[in-house]
Design a protein around this ligand. Structure first.
Ligand SMILES: [Zn+2]
Length: 305
């Protein structure tokens, strides 16, 4: 399924080590590896002297200390957050308390749609609902610091409030979890929405930045072409769902077994949610019907009912 995307899984940064990845851009890895976070969350430091931090990471004692150590003798003026998942935003509170920096993000956490029964708890597990940006950033607007500016590029899909940041005067984009070199991200309702996600990919495919720095793993090179592959990959997954439904009605576990061959068992739940994200989109477009509301437990069939 994924051999159509030229994934790059090389990423050898040791946790806590500061590395300059581009002029005026440093990165530092948090030691929170998992099937969803790869080697862990990557935080970025932009500028010199008076700097911005992008995605301070989880509420992790060692990572927060390493980040503050990395900017010793400098002033942190801004903390940017790409989205409010617990591996990206919670450290903002303590870094703000330590530095007096202003937090910048698209907005607080919100689901992509109203919740079905039983979904509130799942949302709680991954979302940082405490984070509220001091400075909500509208799409396309920039924040300028000392020798740098970062423009918000609204990229909903992975979460409703997901925002990438384009570094002014360069062809660099800090893309959070929207695009990653090593894997595709989970697009899981109710945080995420497939129609938004695809629209955000198409938006990035038309932009000029060629190098993306993601929230996990190494840089994405030749980014517009990589994003085109991502789009085709999701279209391929949608086609697989439709092919399976063409053989008859199916529930989500059946579709996951049919579509994800050789899946890491730890990712079965996430794969089910990704399939749900596709099905919600297909139901909204009138291509598929669900018995009742589209949900993780529903059965789906082809046709507009
Ligand atoms: Zn993440």
């Amino acid at each position: 399924m994924t051999d159509d995307i030229p994934f790059d899984k090389t990423f050898d940064l040791a946790p806590g080590r500061v590395e300059e990845v581009a002029p005026g851009v440093r990165r530092i890895l948090c030691d929170n590896p998992s099937p969803f976070t790869f080697k862990g969350t990557v935080s970025y430091i932009v500028g010199r002297g008076r700097v911005a931090i992008i995605d301070p990471g989880p509420d992790d004692e060692r990572h927060i200390a390493a980040l503050l150590d990395a900017v010793r003798g400098e002033t942190v003026t801004h903390i940017f957050v790409t989205h409010t998942h617990r591996d990206h935003s919670p450290a903002a509170a303590r870094i703000k308390a330590a530095t007096g920096a202003v937090t910048v993000a698209e907005g607080p956490h919100r689901p992509a749609r109203s919740l079905n029964i039983g979904e509130a708890k799942r949302l709680d597990a991954s979302a940082d609902t405490d984070f509220r940006p001091d400075m909500p950033l509208p799409d396309g607007e920039a924040v300028s610091g000392a020798g740098w500016s970062l423009a918000g590029v609204a990229t909903p899909g992975h979460t409703a409030n997901h925002m990438a940041f384009a570094l002014g005067g360069t062809d660099l984009l800090f893309c959070g979890d929207h695009v990653m070199a090593w894997s595709t991200p989970v697009v899981a309702p109710p945080d995420g929405a497939m129609s938004d996600y695809m629209a955000s990919l198409r938006k990035l495919a038309g932009r000029i930045e060629t190098v993306y720095f993601p929230g996990h793993g190494g840089a994405v090179r030749d980014a517009p072409r990589f994003v085109e592959r991502y789009i085709r990959h999701r279209e391929g997954r949608e086609a697989s769902i439709l092919r399976r439904l063409d053989k008859g009605a199916a529930d989500i576990p059946t579709l996951v077994r049919a579509i994800y061959i050789g899946l890491d068992p730890r990712l079965t739940g996430a794969a089910g949610l990704s399939v749900l994200a596709h099905l919600e989109d297909l139901v909204a477009r009138g291509i598929v019907t669900a018995d009742g509301e589209p949900s993780i437990a529903a059965t789906y069939r082809l046709g507009s009912g």
